[in-house]
Design a protein around this ligand. Structure first.
Ligand code: PBG
Length: 330
């Protein structure tokens, strides 16, 4: 009872605060998302993601070498497909000599130890900007899952360590796992975007890849028939348990900050590692506020990432990964 109990004793100096800190950010926590484009000597800043870039394959080599030297050991690859390579079936996704397949090989060659994870979904290759095949105004589930399994196999064949299906079709983890096992890729991991919400925070990412759903007749204008309703909590657990049952190695909550309750729910119920994707809109929001001088960039960045980890994240995919790694090193 007061005055003998004084909570402030444990906050009196940096030393005691560090000693009793329950949550530590480490460079080991992070996955670095990378955007890849065709061409040579391309490093273009994404307008809605200040200080974040698309790289051509020649420049990605030095970038991953730098990440590795900062202690960042995992990357998550996204490619920006050329407009004339897009169709409704996402056929380019299966091209053994496609940009993704070449990116995997280039990065593995540049830094053999780096963990290469690849995005599996049709949207960068879809002429309609959807994660699956569109038919009569709908995203057709089972046919899409078949293509996704082929896409995952193609990434594994190119040397991907983990495939990361971000599409939210039902049953695709089972399809992918079965295909990988049948073809002998028994060591290829699956990081499933298991609780992915239909969020408005993905806007800058869709700018980065030019992958937003197109405005056309008989094409759904949003992804709400496959991504989850932000109003729902229990569904996140059943989605995630199903993906685990189907063969996921790592599960995911996406986005981060608006979904801390979901992260905590899963952390309490699930034994597999839980990845959290702090998405493009979360990055853009802080960059914009910091640019205006309204928020202190580094403090808010660390506070947000600490909150995500405190909520129960075992690993975090974040556009801030490099900034954090540099800060932790300093
Ligand atoms: C699409 C995909 C998206 C993101 C990762 N994979 C966007 C979407 O679902 O429309 C978003 C990542 C981000 O916003 O940083 N399969």
């Amino acid at each position: 009872m007061f005055p003998y109990t004084r909570h402030r004793r444990l906050r009196n100096s940096q030393a005691i605060r560090s000693l009793v800190s329950e949550t530590q950010l480490s460079v080991n926590d992070f996955i670095v998302p990378l955007f890849i484009v065709e061409g040579e000597n391309v490093k273009e800043e994404i307008a809605s993601m200040p200080n974040y870039f698309r790289y051509s394959l020649d420049l990605i080599e030095t970038e991953v070498q730098e990440l590795w030297s900062l202690g960042l050991k995992s990357v998550l690859l996204f490619v920006k497909a050329e407009e004339d390579r897009k169709d409704n079936q996402g056929a380019e996704a299966l091209n053994p000599d496609g940009l993704m397949q070449r990116a995997i090989k280039t990065i593995k060659k540049a830094v053999p130890g780096i963990l290469v994870m690849t995005d599996v979904a049709l949207d960068p290759f879809s002429s309609f900007g959807h994660d699956g095949i569109v038919e009569n105004g709908e995203i057709i589930n089972d046919e899409t899952a078949d293509v996704l399994a082929e896409m995952a196999l193609s990434h594994a064949q190119a040397g991907a360590d983990f495939v990361a299906p971000s599409d939210m079709m039902d049953g695709r983890i089972l399809q992918i796992r079965t295909k990988l096992e049948q073809e002998g890729y028994t060591n290829t991991g699956i990081m499933s975007y298991s609780a992915k919400y239909a969020s408005a925070f993905y806007g800058p990412f869709r700018d980065a890849l030019d992958s937003a759903p197109v405005d056309a007749k008989d094409v759904p204008k949003d992804k709400k028939t496959y991504q989850m309703n932000p109003a729902n909590r229990k569904e996140a657990l059943s989605e995630t348990l199903a993906d685990i049952e189907e063969g996921a190695d790592i599960v995911m909550v996406k986005p981060g900050l608006c979904y801390l309750d979901i992260i905590r729910d899963l952390a309490n119920e699930v034994d597999l590692p839980i990845a959290v994707y702090q998405v493009s809109g979360e990055y853009a929001m802080l960059k914009a506020a910091a640019e205006k001088g309204w928020l202190d960039h580094d403090s808010v960045m660390l506070e947000q990432l600490t909150a995500i980890k405190r909520a129960g994240a075992s690993l975090i995919a974040s556009y801030f990964a490099k900034d954090v790694a540099k800060l932790l090193k300093a």
